[in-house]
Design a protein around this ligand. Structure first.
Ligand SMILES: [Cu+2]
Length: 343
């Protein structure tokens, strides 16, 4: 089996809707090419033919009803056809089949989180079954993003405060992962370097991409089941570790994106508080109260970050991580890691 190739103009067609979208595109493309050649061709021809010459006087052209009817009616018919076939493809692309598998998509600065029907979570990677319609229920936890997979010919805005949907049905298993882009400029973080504001490298809108893999329906079910099991216990490479939970917690710290806001260096408190001096410490809050950081405090800080705002951090909002995004077992692992950081 060889991977289907794209053309100079278009990426490979890997979803059921792709050929239809491309046919429309190519039709409009050729209409444009032919019209361009006809119009410029006639223009150049007449410019030369009726150029100014000694002894020649211009005469009025008169009127031709036939020509006027042709140039009015032919674009009208063309546009009616384009509207009709464009609109029917649009409706097809907008309405997901009833039996579609539902995958939840969350866009955030700057990553994609996917949740399969069984609760398995993937981040910046998505596996989907060949030959089955997949419906995406999308939301954003911060700003506008846009979900764009060129090979599937789908693009849809991901909007904070509401759900948007899109669907596709992959037609081929992939040899190499396809790319999901964010097609909405969704910002770049700014850090402070030698006193001035600079854009942080490797973390902004342009890195908000994910790898899409299409596999057989059987492999999809197997993998998604496996992902769910794995989300409930430390990964295999933590097995030999003397504190497997803390080892898992350290991995989650990076893979779940906590690392973007929390350092483990006691001197770096940006943009959220460092984790180096949290566990067992008295934490002071914006409202003047305080509490000793124990399991319950950490759990609450993760599930409802706004319940107690650490003093001095009132201007940055930590996103809440619910049971599905960060199951209880993973919270335990993070707590184990925070304990270990204090040793
Ligand atoms: Cu984005």
């Amino acid at each position: 089996m060889t991977a289907p190739k794209g053309t100079t103009q278009l990426p490979p067609q890997l979803s059921t809707i792709a050929p239809e979208v491309d046919d429309m595109y190519m039709f409009i493309y050729w209409v444009a090419v032919v019209s361009f050649l006809l119009i410029t061709g006639f223009m150049v021809y007449y410019v030369v033919k009726y150029r100014r010459r000694e002894g020649m006087k211009a005469e009025p052209t008169g009127h031709s009803t036939l020509i006027e009817l042709v140039w009015t009616l032919s674009p009208l018919i063309l546009l009616a056809y384009l509207f009709h076939s464009g609109f029917s493809s649009f409706v097809k692309a907008a309405v997901p089949p009833r039996d579609a598998i539902e995958i939840r998509v969350t866009g955030m600065q700057w990553s994609w989180v996917f949740e399969h029907p069984n609760g398995a979570i993937q981040q910046n990677e998505l596996i989907v079954p060949k030959g089955k319609p997949v419906k995406l229920i999308m939301s954003s936890s911060d700003v506008l993003h846009s979900f764009y997979i060129p090979a599937f010919r789908i693009k849809r805005d991901v909007v904070p405060g509401m759900y948007t949907t899109a669907w596709f049905e992959p037609t081929e298993e992939t040899q190499e992962p396809l790319t999901l882009f964010c097609a909405e400029y969704c910002g770049a973080p700014r850090g402070i370097s030698s006193g001035s504001l600079v854009d942080e490298p490797n973390s902004n809108h342009s890195t908000m991409i994910a790898a899409i893999t299409v596999v057989s329906p059987e492999e999809y079910d197997r993998t998604v089941h496996q992902l769910f099991i794995e989300s409930q216990k430390p990964p295999a490479d933590c097995d030999g570790n003397d504190d497997p939970m803390a080892c898992w917690g350290e991995k989650l710290y990076s893979s779940k994106g906590c690392v973007a806001c929390h350092s483990t260096n006691p001197a770096v408190n940006q943009p959220g508080p460092s984790w180096a001096l949290v566990w067992g410490e008295t934490r002071a809050f914006e409202d003047g109260s305080s509490v000793v950081a124990d399991e319950n405090y950490i759990l609450e800080s993760i599930r409802q970050p706004q319940a107690k705002i650490v003093k001095g951090f009132g201007n940055v909002n930590m996103p809440p991580y619910g049971e599905r995004n960060l199951p209880k077992a993973q919270v335990d692992a993070i707590i184990a890691y925070m304990k270990k950081l204090r040793q």
